[in-house]
Design a protein around this ligand. Structure first.
Ligand code: BES
Ligand code: MN
Ligand code: ZN
Length: 498
């Protein structure tokens, strides 16, 4: 879809469709009033008759409204003005774009940016509109022989702003929104790909392509490199698979050369069977999404590179399958991690932490300012927070605060979970420095505690996206979640968030 920004009155738009809002009960927004004036009360008449009460979730499509230059007017119900917040704005924009995509209009001009949203700027409204438009129209049908084509899909969306002096700000916000949306789309695509296609080698290939397109440094470590580095924890997970593991490193050098980089680490288990601690069969296909942490950090990298943010950003993706097999790790095996700490593998299905710990130790060599890892790490996190919030853990409260704020701003929320020492005891092993599982209680916390033992040398946060990275059921699919949170955090750090 093509996007642009325009200032000017809705009645003067030469467009296949103009979108304006109506509050409940029967209260037109400023843009709706302007249209109504030009149309000599045509719209207020319709509202008075009760065809559009302004209820949230309702729409009304009008054709040939007199006094206007557009073919159609789409009225969107916004609910009560006093209740109109972030969520209501997002729902209204989603509904508007979904409806537009189903009308015959090829292009549309949307006037929802004028609506005041508590604590949210014009830039926020523009960014969100762009992200929502790309999200609503996303399809993953590359493996369908017959695609269900939308008859006349929306091709061009113009976002109307009230004042000319808002144009510059809105343009910048549009570019940011589109860059983030592109990152989200990449993350969704990688997640949705079947696991026979999206294996570690494929992920490495995608990283190489991205590096070529955006002039990033790219390094792919092979099994032999990992052996030389002593990454026996990561390697222990890859043992059961015929697919070779890869450790992907991408570097964007947008900041000063002496500036310490931010490092993002993403769990890239391209399929998680559980290994010898085999998972039950039901819904196991969803474990193709176990590389969504990797997809998120690659998506964030692409957005940052597209925006050419003046920061130094490094992305590390440990990529492997977790398969059973004659050579696979056994429960009871003890491995030594790159850090030197030894691990007793009591459950081969707790593999995410085994690959992340070596990637986190590897991050040390970049002398990071901050390290954030993203992983579909625990079913326990899904039980705790459902599909609403990602679990957030950090060894520094300021970092946790900044990430929570970024999640709020992006509408990709996280919830702060504890990392208290009291939980560390659950990881005791009689034979090694630690066990890889911490028992039935607080599974998301003990997984984070495990990682914390490898992140003592830097400020670090961990996002458990097991509940948020994809949707199950009839609208199964990757969400791209944590890309908006991460990119908003990075925009904020770069001083580019208006
Ligand atoms: N990838 C899974 C976590 C997961 C499970 C994410 C279900 C989303 C839905 C992870 O590797 C795993 O299997 N974790 C185990 C850990 C346990 C063995 C301590 C889990 O959560 O059951
Ligand atoms: Mn697992
Ligand atoms: Zn896993």
């Amino acid at each position: 879809m093509e996007f642009s920004i325009k200032s000017g009155s809705p009645e003067k738009q030469r467009s296949a469709c103009v979108v304006v809002g109506v509050f409940e009960p029967r209260k037109p927004t400023l843009s709706a009033e302007l249209l109504d004036k030009a149309a000599n009360g045509y719209i207020s008449d319709i509202i008075r008759r009760g065809d559009m009460e302004g209820k949230a979730g309702s729409t009304l499509l009008l054709h040939n409204v007199p006094g206007t230059l557009c073919d159609r007017v789409l009225l969107v119900g916004l609910g009560k003005e006093k209740d109109f917040r972030e969520k209501e704005f997002i729902n209204a924009a989603r509904l508007a774009i979904k409806t537009l995509n189903e009308t015959g209009a090829f292009d549309a001009t949307i006037f929802l940016t004028e609506l005041a949203v508590k604590k949210r700027s014009i830039a926020w409204r523009v960014r969100q509109t762009a992200m929502i438009a790309q999200d609503v129209t996303y399809k993953f049908d590359q493996f369908k022989s017959k695609k269900d084509e939308v008859r006349r899909p929306l091709r061009k969306l113009t976002i109307g702003v009230e004042r000319r002096n808002e144009l510059g700000l809105a343009e910048e916000a549009l570019n940011q929104g589109l860059a983030i949306a592109e990152g989200v789309t990449l993350a969704k695509n990688l997640g949705n790909l079947p696991p026979n296609v999206c294996h570690p080698t494929y992920l490495a290939e995608q990283a190489r392509n991205m590096a070529a397109e955006f002039a990033l440094d790219c390094e792919i470590l092979e099994r032999a490199d990992m052996e030389a580095l002593g990454m026996h924890s990561l390697l222990s997970v890859a043992r059961g698979s015929h697919q070779p593991p890869k450790l992907i490193v991408l570097r964007h050098k947008g900041g000063k050369s002496n500036e310490k980089p931010l490092v993002l680490v993403g769990k890239g288990v391209t399929f998680d069977t559980g290994g010898i601690s085999l998972k039950p069969g039901a819904d196991m296909d969803e474990m193709k999404y176990d590389m969504c942490g990797a997809a998120s950090v690659l998506g964030a990298m692409q957005a940052v590179a597209r925006m050419a943010l003046p920061i130094n950003l490094t992305v590390i993706v440990p990529a492997t399958e977790n398969m059973p097999g004659g050579n696979a790790s056994r429960p009871g095996d003890i491995v030594s991690s790159m850090s030197g700490q030894t691990i007793e593998i009591l459950n081969t299905d707790a593999e995410g932490r085994l690959i992340l710990c070596d990637a986190l130790t590897y991050a040390e060599r970049f002398e990071p300012d901050t390290v954030i890892d993203v992983a579909t790490l625990t079913g326990a996190c899904v039980v705790a927070l459902g599909d609403v919030a990602s679990g957030l853990f950090a060894n520094k409260d300021g970092l946790a605060r900044d990430l929570l704020d970024a999640g709020e701003e992006a509408h990709d929320r996280a919830w702060h979970m504890p990392l208290w020492d009291d939980y560390q005891d659950q990881l005791k092993s009689p034979f090694a420095d630690m066990a890889n599982i911490g028992g039935r209680l607080a599974g998301a916390v003990t997984a984070a505690c495990f990682l914390s033992r490898f992140t003592k040398k830097f400020e670090w946060a961990h996002l458990d996206i097991a509940g948020t990275a994809w949707k199950s059921g009839s609208n199964k699919g990757a969400t791209g979640r944590s890309v908006p949170l991460l990119t908003h955090y990075l925009l904020q750090r770069a001083g580019k968030l208006n």
